[in-house]
Design a protein around this ligand. Structure first.
Ligand code: CA
Length: 720
């Protein structure tokens, strides 16, 4: 349903001096009380001049021609990666190296959320379209932050247990007056850009009983809305679909993995893929979900889609006889008219490490060895930075951008990585680099046309894999030395790396204490912007990495900033709110442990104000003694494994995240209700799904015993 909003700045709405905004407001608020005080705590500093717009435009009037010519209107950010090639480079330069120290808050708007915000806002003619948790959509006045409308698809909170990595969404697509969003529960929805009213809604899932989800942003290409889905941690079968943007009718669907060994196949490409699988694989759900990245080349008329990991992770279990397992962990080039594949490039044949190739792809024209090349660049999870010829899919170069031990190099003749054997966990446990979080994950990169560098949000951490999969969600293990004999990985670190894609080498890097930070934006102002888990918003010199600006916001950031202008004033905006997979990396964190993880849209401009800090986390006091529940070591180990599989994704593998109540502090009363909460859905309205049917009573007992054990350890150490 569409929510009718309390405007945040009553005088600017109701004074009648702002024609376009008034039009928008009237469309939305007709017949309603539009001027109530907001529930949000934000205080926009709205000016009173009319917002910039083309006189003849309707709200959200994005066309393919406008996106192709996006540099002619640098004040807008019309598509997910700004242009079809998804470079995330803005020609705006009013904010530049000389004046960026003057950057301050223009406005902020609360998102009424406490979990991860990952969206890239779209800005069209002074209006911002973005998303927050639970696939909720917001339209904001880009100059003031005033909320124009909101739409909540009312995803059932129980859907949360079907997600690997939080109730997140990475944004909308906007085209010709319509806003498109994919929802956690698998619907693709078209909204009127003026009002947020639903125009159509289609179910994209082939099986609602399987744990599919949508977290990625749709793209609109040639009159079609393109969307994939997530779920490859949960035995689903990946595919990407194209819907008619006007009617919502399904135009084509490309399955990224076969549904059987021998056919019949839904499309010819699967006949190519099937022989690369063990015929006894469980084809009901072998993974390959296309859950995030896409790019489009209008000249070549090719749509590029990144595909995900195998399901389960262990290839030894998934496809025991081996094989490449096409099209897992691949980049596929499709004809957007019919979904026919032009080429594919598999980054990780026979993936066994959750090495998705769903990471951001950037299209650019690079001069390589004196020859102009049309390239596609990607830093997938597997640790190699790839430069591909995007006409043919042939690899031009590939080098490690983070510490990587599973493969030594990529053979440029065959295009295949050369495994070292150190990632082979078929016979023994292995500590593999990069981890399942990837050297780089969904956090967008940025390619500066000015410096020629690609700015990669990245990390060095490893992960313990073994054939039984019982070390899921575990790294930083005690026996690391034993597992890593002869190898010298760096400390666990996050980075923003400036990578030279022609030389395939590091230009500079910023080292960050937390491994899970935000995406990047580069501008013609000679700047790279990014936010961090620790709540810092940085502007760096794009050539040297020198920190020119460090704004402490108190809110952890994982999204990527974008920039735009309204009435000649340049803004930089980011969705602030930490989340995603609940890695336990927060010890001593500057923002996440001290301040509430209250989601907000933060917009900055020159000579803006101070950034207010979020409400502090109340003093928690010492960890309380848990109830007297004990269990054998065997049961505790069973509880640990069950916990990390079923609970760790949201609650953190050690029972604590900044997003949800700390399970180590559960009261005796809550412990008394443990079974009702876990098996009867007592807290389902709060997002705690019932696990009836997933877990037996005995298994819940084991989990509870493990939670009590975690509490005892916390009482002993008193460490948050
Ligand atoms: Ca995955």
């Amino acid at each position: 349903m569409t929510f009718l909003l309390h405007d945040k700045h009553p005088e600017s709405v109701c004074s009648g001096i702002n024609p376009l905004k008034q039009l928008l407001i009237i469309v939305v608020f007709v017949g309603l009380t539009a001027c109530n005080e907001p529930s949000s705590s934000s205080e926009p500093q709205a000016g009173e001049t009319p917002i910039q717009s083309r006189d003849d435009s309707r709200p959200g009037d994005v066309t393919a021609a406008r996106i192709v010519a996006t540099d002619d209107e640098p004040g807008n950010w019309l598509a997910h990666g700004r242009d079809f090639g998804e470079q995330r480079y803005s020609p705006l330069e009013d904010i530049n190296r000389d004046n960026v120290t003057r950057l301050g808050l223009a406005w902020e708007t609360g998102t009424n959320s406490t979990r991860g915000l990952e969206a890239t806002p779209i800005i069209v003619d002074g209006v911002m379209y973005t998303t927050s948790t639970w696939s909720r959509v917001m339209a904001l006045d880009a100059k003031s932050g005033a909320v124009l409308w909101q739409y909540d698809p009312e995803v059932q909170k129980s859907w949360a247990k079907r997600l690997c990595c939080d109730v997140v969404n990475r944004g909308v697509a906007v085209s010709e007056g319509v806003v498109y969003v994919g929802t956690l529960d698998g619907f693709l929805i078209a909204l009127d850009a003026a009002s947020g009213a639903v125009k159509w809604r289609v179910d994209t899932l082939i099986d609602r009983d399987r744990y599919y989800s949508i977290t990625g942003a749709p793209r609109v290409v040639k009159g079609k809305v393109i969307i994939g889905n997530g779920g490859a941690e949960f035995n689903v079968r990946g595919y990407v679909s194209a819907y008619d943007k006007s009617s919502g009718a399904l135009d084509w669907r490309f399955f990224t993995v076969p549904g059987s060994a021998e056919g019949p196949f839904e499309h010819d490409e699967l006949a190519l893929a099937a022989p690369t699988w063990d015929p006894d694989s469980n084809f009901e759900g072998v993974g390959g979900t296309a859950w995030d990245s896409m790019a489009y080349d209008p000249e070549l008329d090719l749509l590029y889609v990144g595909t995900g990991n195998g399901s389960p992770w262990s290839q030894y279990a998934r496809s025991p006889s081996g094989g490449d397992n096409l099209f897992l962990a691949s980049i596929i080039a499709l004809d957007p008219d019919n979904g026919e594949m032009a080429w594919h490039y598999q980054t990780t044949p026979g993936d066994a490490w959750d090495y998705t190739a769903t990471q951001h792809m950037i299209l650019a024209d690079l001069d390589i060895d004196g020859t102009p090349r049309k390239v596609l660049m990607q830093a997938p999870k597997n640790g190699f930075f790839y430069v591909l010829d995007r006409v043919t899919g042939k690899v031009i170069s590939a080098e490690k951008y983070v510490f990587t031990n599973w493969a030594s190099h990529v053979n440029l003749e065959t295009g295949r990585p050369e495994p070292t054997g150190l990632g082979d966990y078929s016979l023994q446990e292995r500590y593999v680099y990069p981890s399942v979080a990837g050297g780089h994950n969904w956090q967008p990169m940025s390619f500066s046309r000015k410096t020629g560098l690609v700015y990669i949000p990245s990390r060095d951490i490893g992960w313990v894999h073994n054939e039984t999969g019982d070390k899921w969600f575990e790294y930083g293990v005690d026996n690391a030395d034993e597992l890593l004999t002869g190898q010298e990985p760096p400390e666990n670190s996050g980075y923003l790396k400036a990578w030279d894609p022609v030389k395939q080498q590091l230009a500079w890097q910023m080292i960050l204490p937390n491994v899970w930070n935000g995406g990047a934006l580069s501008t013609a102002g000679g700047l790279v912007f990014h936010g961090t888990a620790s709540g810092h918003f940085y502007a760096l010199n794009d050539e040297t990495g020198e920190v020119l600006l460090d704004l402490f916001t108190g809110t952890g950031m994982i999204a990527a900033p974008v920039t735009y202008s309204v009435d000649g004033v340049q803004y930089v905006v980011i969705m602030a709110g930490w989340g995603g997979p609940a890695f336990n990396t927060l010890a001593g964190d500057e923002a996440l442990l001290k301040y509430r993880n209250s989601g907000r849209v933060l917009a900055f401009k020159l000579d803006g104000g101070d950034v207010p800090l979020p409400p502090a986390v109340p003093p928690r006091g010492p960890f309380p003694q848990p109830p007297d529940i004990s269990a054998s070591a065997e049961i505790l180990e069973q509880g640990r494994i069950l916990f990390v599989y079923n609970c760790g994704g949201c609650h953190g593998m050690y029972g604590s995240t900044p997003m949800l109540p700390d399970l180590r502090r559960l009261s005796h009363e809550k412990h008394d209700l443990f079974k009702q909460i876990v098996l009867e859905g007592l807290y389902e309205p709060l997002g705690m799904a019932s696990f009836a049917g997933d877990l037996s009573e005995a298994e819940v007992d084991a989990i509870q015993a493990y939670v009590v054990q975690l509490s005892r350890e916390a009482v002993a150490t008193q460490t948050e």
